[in-house]
Design a protein around this ligand. Structure first.
Ligand code: PMP
Length: 428
């Protein structure tokens, strides 16, 4: 559909801008203070896991299989927690390490390990000259920060409807030995909400990297986070690897940050036999042990994959209506304007929104003026550089439904006003 502002006669466009400026001024006068910036669960969601705080007390047996909970040991994680993590990821418990409360920490640890000590007996990255990392974009800003922080060169890869542009991924991974990794969020991706197709997963599994120390960072952060009737199906990457006769290629991550409590969940990594052996050795230098009370509490509370799924249905009842509201407000407000497109995810924490070229920074700045905080424009690209300056990440989970509705009303006005002004500028 064509951009209605570009189609208007100049006088009509001036009148539309004036009207939108009046609406914006009215909104500003309301002194709103709303936040749609980060993918955080709402207080109602974290309250769902409060009963977990009651499952441990001074008479709880502090043993787990042959592991002791109240002392050092078992750095790979309690057996029951590894079992739970393995069920969540669909992998063998032997190939899982549960450690810490943040999967991003584990990813950071492993990139750093590659940098300082090397992967699979290869030279550390710091001794290999320029090192590159592939960054499907729009993507998760904190992934990009981990590699950028070490001076690794982040290379943007276009995100298509069913995953990253695999022709480009394959060309770079198989042709350039300085490419050492790729960031992937294969299910309900941050921020597009898409799930990689079977073909994309298979192409990842079939890669023949030029670098023996290349690994796919498969961050399955949202694997149990459907919020509607339909749950996308993601092909299991380790099954695809087996089918392709490939091994030692993938580190898969997950956590319960958005199942129980962000910052107090349990985090885990799975990998091939050889890779997980190396990971355990690397972690052993950093950690004598792991947060076993938290692991035990998670297992007593969630029990198994069925328990996780039942708990996630409670989240879905809270999150689903928020995403439905985003869809409704954007469709009602912008559906007939031809200025924007957005994603329609079945799970995860985000909607990815694209306005006209050159609009994102202006829209985010105007939203701040009108009292609504958004993720900084460009954050979804490596180095904050969205080449079209069009993408905005909408995070609808944290605000109440009422606040979210208000924030989206402001957003619609801001997008229209910025789009109309851009249409006028393009005529000047
Ligand atoms: N991966 C992705 C894709 C995320 O969106 C987030 C949280 N926003 C994380 C990891 C962080 O997870 P954790 O709290 O386990 O570090």
């Amino acid at each position: 559909m064509a951009n209605i502002y570009q189609q208007m006669e100049s006088e009509e466009l001036d009148a539309a801008i004036e009207e939108l400026e009046r609406e914006a001024a009215d909104l500003k006068a309301q002194n709103l203070a709303l936040d749609m910036a980060r993918g955080k669960p709402s207080p109602e969601q974290t309250a769902l896991a409060r009963p977990m705080l009651d499952v441990l007390n001074s008479s709880t047996p502090l043993v787990d299989g042959n592991a002791i909970v109240d002392n050092y040991g078992t750095p790979e994680g309690l057996p029951s927690a590894r079992r739970l993590a393995s069920e969540i990821l669909g992998v063998d418990a032997e190939n899982v390490v549960v450690n810490g409360s943040s999967s991003l920490n584990l990813m950071h640890d492993l990139v750093t390990h590659g940098f300082t000590n090397g992967v699979a007996g290869n030279k550390p990255f710091y001794q290999q000259g320029e090192v590159k990392w592939l960054c499907p974009a729009p993507g998760y800003d904190r992934h990009f920060s981990v590699t950028a922080h070490l001076g690794i060169k982040n290379v943007p890869i276009p995100m298509l409807e069913d995953g990253p542009d695999m022709d480009m991924v394959q060309r770079l991974v198989e042709g350039d030995p300085s490419v050492k990794g790729i960031w992937c969020v294969p299910k309900y991706a941050n921020p597009t909400g898409i799930t990689y197709s079977d073909e994309v997963v298979r192409r990842f599994a079939q890669l023949q990297p030029a670098a023996p120390d290349f690994r796919i960072y498969w961050d399955n952060a949202y694997c149990v986070h459907a919020f509607g009737e339909k749950d996308d199906n993601l092909l299991n990457i380790f099954d695809a690897l087996e089918e392709a006769g490939n091994t030692d290629l993938v580190y898969e991550f997950g956590s319960t940050a958005k199942v129980t409590f962000p910052s107090s969940g349990i985090a885990f990594v799975a990998a091939s036999k050889a890779d997980i052996t190396e990971i355990r050795k690397a972690f052993a230098v950093e950690r004598v042990s792991s947060e076993k009370f938290s692991q035990l509490a998670h297992v007593l509370f969630l029990k198994d994959l069925d328990g996780v799924k039942a708990h996630m249905r409670k989240h879905a009842a809270i999150v689903g209506p928020r995403f439905a509201l985003v869809e409704q407000k954007l469709t009602d407000g912008l559906g007939q304007t031809g200025v924007a497109t957005w994603t329609h995810p079945h799970g995860g924490y985000f909607v990815s929104f694209d306005g006209p070229k050159g609009s994102a920074r202006k829209t985010v700045a105007l939203m701040a003026e009108l009292g609504v905080k958004l993720t900084p424009a460009g954050a979804t690209w490596p180095y904050g550089d969205d080449p079209n300056d069009s993408n905005i990440r909408i995070a609808p989970t944290y605000p109440s439904l009422e606040d979210l509705g208000k924030a989206l009303d402001v957003f619609v006005v801001a997008v229209k006003l910025v789009s109309a002004r851009l249409a006028r500028e393009s005529r000047a």
